[in-house]
Write a protein that binds this ligand. Sequence first.
Ligand code: NAD
Length: 298
Amino acid sequence: MTTIAFIGLGNMGNPMAANLVKAGHQVQGFDLVPESLDKAAGNGVDVATSAEAAIEGAEVVITMLPAGKHVLSVYEHLVPKAAKGTLFIDSSTIDVASARKAHAIAAEHGLLSIDAPVSGGVGGAEAGTLTFMAGGSDEAFAIAEPVLQPMAGRIVHCGGDGAGQAAKICNNMILGVSMIAVGEAFVLAEKLGLSHQALFDVASTSSGQCWSLTTYCPVPGPVPASPANRGYQPGFAASLMLKDLRLAQEAAQGAGAATPLGAEAAQIYAIFEAMGQGGKDFSGIIEFLRGKAAVEKS
Ligand code: NAD
């Protein structure tokens, strides 16, 4: 049994903490929102009255927070107060520069740390089947891996500090761009009188094959479990896709990488969000593409 402090018990953090409890760990949780704490208490988490109280006696501190600024403020506050030997794991999706800064704060105080963002969404968090993409030293990863196990379907050690966040945003940039491409193909097929099923049957077994087509198909019918069959209820919300595409753009600018399709995808999702559609599944972008076609024709 490990004593784990869990900071940030929102949509993802709460079910992740619950799986750690189920695996027999002592989990001490904190969140700013009282309802999240109540929910965590119902899942067997020992709720604390402050972040400092949550890390008392903890061997591992896990953070699952909205963005880089929240992670850095929690690290600046908690790392100096943490006991010698405490491992810090940040599973939030944040920018690579902030992730590296968080590692540096831990290192300044002689503590090990891992950036370990996830994919798999709330469903994966509940089922304990998240994919963790970890960045940090071999020594830190060796301690982190068994702690992550009860929440994970897969754990990949991607490299040094920030490599987990780098893997996450590169993957999601592929996903955002490919979903738009698949949506465009279906909109073109509709205009050409080609049925959804016919395009699916061809492309899913040809060179157009990709996850956005075969798992998250943006039209209802060919893949019964895809969000298109339930009015684009997420799934993975368009606003979260936009967040990740913007992180990828920030990283690309900082690193001097050319990502013109990533930039265009970020712009398209930004318009979709500005139209009040950010809460829809990101595959709902096909509705925006149909609307755009209608506007351009008129
Ligand atoms: P969320 O907004 O539901 O949860 C974040 C929680 O952090 C909130 O409950 C908030 O009160 C808490 N918080 C903020 N500042 C705090 C502080 N200083 N101290 C304690 N608690 C604090 O978000 P979420 O959906 O759980 O996502 C968390 C992270 O995981 C994000 O970075 C997100 O991008 C990433 N992520 C989300 C999904 C998803 O499908 N929701 C999938 C993969 C990754």
